[in-house]
Write a protein of this length. Sequence first.
Length: 375
Amino acid sequence: MSRPENSSWNLSVADITATGPEESIDRITRMATRLLGVPAGFLAIAEGDTLVFKSEIGLSPAPTLTGSGLRVLAGDGALSCHVAGGQALQVDDVAADGRFASGGLAEALGIGAVLGLPVGLPDGSLAGAFCVADARPRAWSDADRQRLDEVQAVLAGELALRQEVKLRMQLEQRAFLMSREMEHRIKNSLSTVQAIILLSVRDGQSASEIRADLLERVASLAKTQSLLADRDGKGALFADIVAAELQHYGIGTNVWVDGPEIVVGKDDAVSLSMIIHELATNAAKHGALALRTKGGVAMRWEPSERDRQPALTFHWEEWFEGGPPKLAGTGPNGFGFGTELLETLVLRQMRGEMSRELTPGGLLFTASVRLSQAA
């Protein structure tokens, strides 16, 4: 199973200690004590200068327990240092060993000799130590060390299995969230397509004109969905939305854009792309980007605020050599470009405001829209 580069998906010491005593690990500890013929064994997990005993067999009663019922040993610097340092531990006589005699280890655990090996997690980080202990001093042999090493391999397999279980749970949770997100996005897209259809069908249009408008607007929606997918659905950069809608008109040649990096949420991204698409389409049909018109378009944007909420203000400016073409003002108010759709998107859907000014030398459209929180 592939493992994503996400540290929160790795098995951690907190995962091990949070669940309290577990029979699956206690069974491994008992196996070690039987193989080595000793009365005690334990798995100590290092958390700073504190040791949390995930498993223990045959030790003295614990005076301090965690909320999950595990023994806690704090302040014994020597043992903690060995465990946290990933060093093998072999003490034949705890009471006589200068490193441990002053720490009260023999009294705290009721042991006279201890043999331990470092325990690592599947990601390679150190977790603690797996130890066996005798009540009296004992001369540990190479055979003892080999037997403990074999049992530790069983423990490593148990931890590897837990890593796979955690990974599978994370993947299942991620798949569930992605399916919910996809369901939400599909519903939103269908609602948007429905709105596009309603606003694209107007009296006096031929079937071919309706078809062309629908295809262009749905294609614009598809481009925005691709931008959202590139960022795992966590919104999109407004500059990328602008570039996707205007690049085929010649950015830097016929179109100039300028503005800071602003991330907009996924729902706002769809609405903003449709606004820019509508402005660009009108400019290509009737304005500064029309084939027989000599002119250009400049788009600027900056962050702003509306009702103490983050907002975006942008300016769409068209200019014409020799004045605007006749088709630029075909409506009763002098505007022949997608006014109904722009008002729906800016005023009602994004709760913003907009202004339009048609001058002898060009056209200026300004909109300020409130932004929802990016994902």
